[in-house]
Write a protein that binds this ligand. Structure first.
Ligand SMILES: [Zn+2]
Length: 299
């Protein structure tokens, strides 16, 4: 696919000419003026094999300063590490997804610990969590979730939490852990729950990350969450190659499109894209320690 056929998030799409300028020049450099973080992506998947350099060019043009690459099971780690070698703005997590429980072996916690300790670019454990939409094996998922939450506490790393149709057992697990001082910090990735559920996770200290689903017209609960979430507690992500934001819904998603997610969050909050970019980037920095040097970059 030629780059020119993909209307990447640049020019008119990333800019918001109606928004107050907030100190940024209103002249033609808006794309460079926003600094965004795609806090959750999967560019290791094979459908990026053919054009990853063009994909990277587009995320750079869209102002994406860091990408946090999520891991679904340990065999991915060498390939993700190679991507971090290739793209200096990439950081990554290590972990086992709740729909990949068959990949949890007796030595997996040790494998994840070793990978995290070997590379300072490993900034989180995950993605981990519970998914009762696709599977009903709650006990098996909990058996994979718990040692990863323990590992995050042990290594003092945040967790990236996948939680689908499972807010109740996830809240119960995290609240029980908080009682005994074993609840890690982290983010609810690809948030799709209700405002009430969000309040529970916020109360546990977790961040809330919005993906392309926030651009879907019928995602009313997610819209409400984007309006209500405190300014210092939200992130933006693509979860690419899944969940492309409107107007590319159904197509392959890519990191540059996080700008469309940020724009929709900005519209819902009645704020400028610049404000949401600056805030979500600062929040991602606060949670993960991305090394962005924000004072010089975003003010
Ligand atoms: Zn993911």
């Amino acid at each position: 696919m030629a780059a020119a056929t993909i209307p990447a998030a640049r020019g008119g799409e990333i800019r918001n000419p109606e928004a107050p300028s907030e100190g940024h020049s209103p002249s033609g450099s808006a794309a460079a003026a926003v600094a965004l973080v795609d806090s959750h992506c999967h560019i290791v998947f094979r459908n990026f094999d053919d054009d990853l350099d063009a994909v990277a060019q587009r995320w750079r043009e869209a102002g994406i300063r860091r990408l946090l690459h999520a891991c679904v099971e340990p065999s991915e780690i060498p390939a993700i590490r190679a991507l971090a070698d290739r793209f200096p703005e990439l950081r990554y997590s290590v972990g086992v997804h709740p729909l990949d429980t068959e990949h949890w072996q007796a030595d997996t916690a040790q494998v994840l610990r070793a990978a995290a300790e070997a590379d300072p670019r490993v900034l989180a454990i995950g993605e981990l969590g519970l998914d009762l939409f696709r599977e009903k094996n709650l006990e098996q998922q909990l058996a994979v979730l718990r040692p990863q939450l323990d590992l995050a506490c042990e290594l003092d790393l945040p967790v990236i939490i996948h939680c689908r149709d499972a807010a109740e057992p996830m809240l119960a697990e995290l609240r029980e852990r908080r009682e005994r001082g074993a609840c890690p910090r982290g983010v609810m990735h690809c948030w799709g729950g209700t405002p009430e559920e969000m309040a529970g996770f916020l109360e546990l200290g977790l961040f809330i990350s919005f993906s392309g689903t926030v651009t879907f017209p019928k995602a009313e609960a997610t819209h409400a969450c984007a309006r209500e979430v405190p300014a210092d507690r939200y992130l933006v992500e693509t979860d690419c190659p899944f969940l492309a934001p409107v107007p590319r819904r159904g197509k392959r998603n890519e990191p540059a499109y996080v700008a469309a997610v940020a724009q929709r969050v900005a519209d819902l909050r009645g704020e400028s894209l610049e404000t949401v970019a600056r805030q979500s980037t600062a929040n991602a920095e606060a949670l993960f320690g991305l090394g962005l040097g924000l004072a010089a970059d975003t003010v």
